[in-house]
Design a protein. Sequence first.
Length: 265
Amino acid sequence: MPIKLIAIDMDDTLLDDRQQVTTRTQRAIRQAMENGVQVAIATGRMFRSALPFAVELGIRLPLITYNGAMIRELGSGKTLFHRPIDTALAQELADLFKRRGWYLQKYVDDTLYVAELDDNARYYADYARVEAIPLGDGFFQMTESPTKMLSMGDSAELEAIRAEVSALYGERLYLASSKKRYLEMVDIRVNKGEAVAFLAQQLGIDQSQVMAIGDSMNDVDMIEFAGCGVAMGNAQAKVQAAADFVTAANTADGVAVAIEKFVLA
């Protein structure tokens, strides 16, 4: 069946290593939309971080953000779906991270909060092109349910963090890494696959008519859900193994190659 919906991850998929959408990829996406194919962004990023790229491409579908924890319309800003982390669970996480001295940031009402503006906070804010708001010790008081929580560190530290968080909360949290130095935490019922399924249902599009393109482990759920699952050439081996097709790398117009092959051919 013809592809009617394309869900595309952002970092290291839609974006090249300079955080830009290549000319060829822009052209392929616009041509697909002109041909009546719906295009959606599915990212771990905040809504406000993903929005400028969607606007640049002329994408009109709601944005799948926070690894599927929030789906929000572009123009109206109306939230179609939101499943944050339970406040009590978020408090347990905050207590654990404070006790261990691990870095933690949280997202509430599409705003990024940190304890202090350290190197990790500045790096993330600069990369995502958003403001990080420091709260001091008040950061660790969870008065509201965060959409997502995120930790950063080197590979050894993240491995230790993941192991402990998984052991304690693996049945209540979905853990993902969209970048090597990130550990992202959302509600256990949330992932990009569920979000793409929700969007497809809203649009009346069959699963077999969905194409999903990604590079990281947080993309596997939507790649497996889609009738045409595509992994980037720069994707991890496990991601490529889950896909129906492996395209070129994000630095070699991989998204455009896939769209040209399966949608525009």
